[in-house]
Design a protein around this ligand. Structure first.
Ligand code: ADP
Length: 322
């Protein structure tokens, strides 16, 4: 079944590159002869019926902008059966026959529920955490890595001047992808991620002491968020090593900024493929990046996939940093 009008929304945590994906979805759909409605503030926009007609020019000048021009929100109402039914009804009233949902795993669960209610949805993975199991890459991850790396490089300057240790907490929700990449890129003495158990003494303190013994004077430890209290950890490290230690939580700065080339290109491709599926009335699928290719999976299947952080990669990073 060919669709005439589709919607596009961004949902969950924002990520740089979401705008580039919106642009791609809108322009691909228009090129394919469909009408496009931008749904504001995630699934909430369906309840509020806040939708805007999108033309080629409504997505001008956004490919390079962080955040999302459509706004994003977390909708508790949408998580209920009644909420999903009401949202599907709203789509019918608004003439929206299918939706491209740009967001994370939570947003995909919503997309599956809406597809089951007769509104075909295609998910595009966008989160700075790269914590979606069905895909090797999520839109926003590259920008966040580069931002966190740049911030940590700045910390390194002062840590080096004062012969200190810097404990840097990066985001990642419950995954260590961001911490691993950033930690490796900044040459961290220790990288702590939720996927791999650590012991503060052997995995951090002893490593700092061993490097100190060999003449190293400043240290960086990268820690994934939700893993420990970095303030308390800093005090313990300082007491055990005698090296002045300061914690820094990078926080939401990692979610902002202009998307990198990689995020823009990936968003453009994923947006295109999402519309190619949806235009035929195909729904309940998510776009993914696997071994250099853009592929798609059934949402249920995708949500049940497993992805693991490679422990060997972490060992390499640690071995090289001494
Ligand atoms: P993300 O998409 O980044 O993982 P969230 O987990 O906050 O972010 O999910 C975004 C939105 O998706 C939620 O506010 C909610 O509206 C919808 N959602 C999340 N989980 C579910 C679920 N289990 N069923 C239906 N909708 C969900």
């Amino acid at each position: 079944m060919k669709l005439n009008t589709i919607g596009v929304l961004t949902s969950g945590g924002d990520a740089p590159g979401m705008n580039a994906a919106v642009r791609s979805v809108v322009r691909t759909a228009l090129y394919r002869g469909m009408k496009v409605k931008g749904i504001l503030d995630g699934y909430e926009g369906l309840f509020n019926k806040t939708v805007i007609d999108m033309g080629d020019r409504s997505v001008s000048d956004i490919i390079q902008r962080g955040g999302t021009i459509l706004g994003t929100a977390r909708s508790e109402k949408f998580k209920t059966q009644e909420g999903v039914k009401e949202a599907a009804e709203a789509c019918r009233e608004l003439g929206i026959e299918g939706i491209v949902v740009i967001g994370g795993d939570g947003s995909f669960r919503g997309a599956r529920d809406l597809s089951l209610q007769g509104i075909p949805c295609i998910g595009i993975p966008a989160t700075i955490d790269n914590d979606i199991s069905s895909t090797e890459y999520t839109i926003g991850f590259d920008t966040a890595m580069n931002t966190a790396c740049e911030m940590t490089d700045k910390l390194r300057d002062t840590v080096q001047s004062h012969c200190r240790c810097s404990i840097v907490e990066v985001m990642g929700r419950h995954a260590g992808y961001l911490a691993y990449e950033v930690g490796t890129a900044v040459g961290a003495t220790a990288i702590l991620v939720p996927e791999i158990k650590y012991d503060l003494k052997t995995d951090v303190i002893d490593r700092i002491l061993a490097a100190k013994e060999k003449g190293k004077k400043h240290f960086i430890v990268v820690v994934a968020e939700n893993l420990c209290d970095v303030e308390a950890m800093s005090k313990e490290i300082e007491a055990a090593t005698g090296v002045g230690t300061r914690p820094t939580i990078l926080g939401h700065v990692q979610r902002g900024g202009n998307p990198t080339v990689r995020d823009r290109v990936m968003a453009t491709k994923m947006g295109f493929y999402a519309v190619e599926l949806l235009k035929e009335g195909i729904g309940n699928r998510v776009i993914a990046y696997k071994q250099g290719e853009i592929v798609n999976y059934d949402i249920y299947e995708a949500l049940n996939m497993k992805k693991v952080l490679n422990a060997d990669d972490l060992h390499i990073a640690h071995r090289v940093s001494r």
